[in-house]
Design a protein around this ligand. Structure first.
Ligand SMILES: Nc1ncnc2c1ncn2[C@@H]1O[C@H](COP(=O)(O)OP(=O)(O)O)[C@@H](O)[C@H]1O
Ligand SMILES: [Mg+2]
Length: 257
């Protein structure tokens, strides 16, 4: 089966540091693929290369059979490949509902309501976005928090909102950058369940960079391991965690595999 995302030979240096070096990665359609590796392995840099936030020195990114290597993040979003973004400060002063209603405009990089539209059409489009936001709040268990300011949400609720924002746009692939960071154990389970549900019931494919090995173990198959900017191995988590090369890569790291 052709992968939904296929990156080959990705490289990126900062000064003399090869953050990512000749890294290749495939994400199978319908999978929740994990990306792990010790600190400094190049996970965040690869993630930024895949989502288009930074430009590669070399390599290609193919999404759904289309070369997207030179496309801006919002253009990739239009094609159905979306990443979560941390809530910027200005959005903390908006409610959950407002954050969701603004998401399409932000992530698709355009004004959602162009001037040439007649007021009637604008209202209709706004009504559609409102309906979609209500639907997304139900899915993301945020309905009760719709009028809460994003800044007043807990760390875990903010993560739910970040994930919910990606659902405002029709997308096939969601890139999650440490969804578990700063989330308390109770909400961690909610978040994990939600990702699984979106995968199983809504057909979303995920690529997840995460430090929390419980979350990786629960969700991800396969798990890809990076070290020193490149590919080390991949496979089911149970196999990965017993691989001596993986254990060695993590030596000196506090995270245990
Ligand atoms: N913007 C940057 N400028 C300079 N060095 C960077 C930059 N981003 C990452 N690096 C370096 O690249 C390497 C990989 O970093 P990173 O991709 O953040 O790894 P990880 O997310 O796996 O911890 C590290 O040595 C890091 O210091
Ligand atoms: Mg990182």
């Amino acid at each position: 089966m052709t992968p939904i995302l296929h990156a080959t030979g990705m490289s990126r240096s900062f000064g003399g540091v090869h953050a990512v070096r000749d890294m290749s990665l495939e994400v199978a359609k319908g999978s929740i693929t994990g990306l792990i590796g010790p600190n400094g392995a190049g996970k965040s840099t690869l993630f930024n290369l895949l989502s288009g936030v930074i430009k590669p020195d070399g390599g290609t990114v193919v999404f759904n059979g289309r070369d997207v290597t030179s496309l801006a993040p919002w253009k990739r979003a239009r094609l159905g490949m979306i990443r979560t973004f941390q809530l910027a400060r200005e959005f903390q002063r908006m409610t959950v509902l407002e954050n969701l209603m603004l998401a399409p405009q932000l992530q698709l990089g355009e004004t959602f309501w162009p001037n040439f539209l007649t007021p009637g059409k604008v209202r209709q489009q706004e009504a559609e976005i409102y309906e979609k936001a209500c639907e997304v709040m139900e899915i993301a268990l945020l309905a009760k928090l719709r009028d809460t300011y994003a800044g007043d949400l807990s760390g875990g609720q903010k993560k739910l909102l970040e994930l919910a924002r990606t659902l405002m746009i029709d997308c096939d692939l969601i890139l999650l950058d440490e969804p578990g960071a700063g989330v308390n154990p109770a909400l961690m389970q909610t978040l994990t369940d939600m990702i699984r549900r979106l995968n199983r019931d809504h057909g979303k494919t995920f690529l997840v960079v995460e430090h929390d090995m419980d979350m990786i173990a629960q969700l991800c198959d396969p798990v890809v391991v990076m070290t020193q900017g490149g590919y080390l191995t991949s496979g089911p988590f149970e196999e990965i965690r017993q691989n001596p090369a993986v254990i060695e890569a993590y030596l000196g790291e506090t995270a245990d595999v």
